[in-house]
Design a protein around this ligand. Structure first.
Ligand code: MG
Ligand code: ZN
Length: 216
């Protein structure tokens, strides 16, 4: 099966680097969550909801850190920084995914001794970021219904390599002619273990379920 080949195709070198990062994060007592998905799937909006929800429930702003990976602008980081949390932008200069050295560089600008949660937003891309793990405890994939109901089937490796799956913008399902039950079923068949959460991130609907899935 192509799925198994894909998992093996994560280079051993990348895995080793990621394991080293994961150990470092554990030593700092920081929970790290990576958000992945296509451009426009709603990653930043989901993260905004998560940050807001954590702050509302008593997390101190400095206890939340964010690294935003993007090919050019600082738009996403600006959206997160407005909450007063620690936030740093990595411009990859055109590279379509983050790698461990990017994260290491970004960490120089964050105070992990104060952080409890680190959120990493990868470059909008549903393919190659999955082969460059960054040491996060959970990898969260955001897929919007507007991307089409066969999205999971077309990206089986990414679906398999996700720890949490968000189906976002479910309020648009009817308008774009998508059967959300079918989408969920196809994701479940490829990945029996990941919680699958339906969200309308622009209204933060589903954020409690996401927090439950992350254990924060
Ligand atoms: Mg974004
Ligand atoms: Zn790439």
């Amino acid at each position: 099966m192509s799925v198994i080949l894909a998992e093996k195709s994560i280079k051993e070198e990348n895995l080793k680097l990621a394991q080293k990062m994961a150990a470092f994060f554990r030593s700092k007592g920081v929970r790290v969550f990576e958000f992945l998905g296509s451009p426009g799937s709603g990653k930043t909006t989901v993260i905004e909801c998560l940050v807001k929800s954590l702050l509302d429930s008593g997390y101190k702003p400095e206890s939340i850190a964010y690294i935003g990976g993007d090919v050019a602008t600082t738009r996403d980081t600006d959206r997160i920084r407005k909450f007063g949390v620690q936030a740093v932008q990595i411009n990859t200069g055109g590279i379509c995914h983050l790698e461990v050295p990017h994260v290491e560089k970004a960490l120089k600008y964050l105070d992990l001794d104060k952080a409890k949660v680190l959120i990493i937003e990868n470059v909008g891309n549903l393919i190659c970021p999955y082969f460059f793990p960054l040491g996060a405890e959970k990898r969260v994939t955001v897929v919007s219904v507007a991307e089409g109901e066969d999205k999971f089937i077309k990206h089986p490796m990414s679906t398999r390599l996700s720890d949490v799956i968000i189906i976002n913008k479910v309020d648009l399902a009817e308008a774009v002619g998508v059967d959300v039950d079918y989408m969920e079923k196809t994701a479940r068949e490829l990945n029996p273990r990941a919680p699958i959460i339906r969200m309308v991130a622009k209204r933060c609907e589903g954020i409690d379920k996401l927090r439950e899935a992350l254990g924060v």
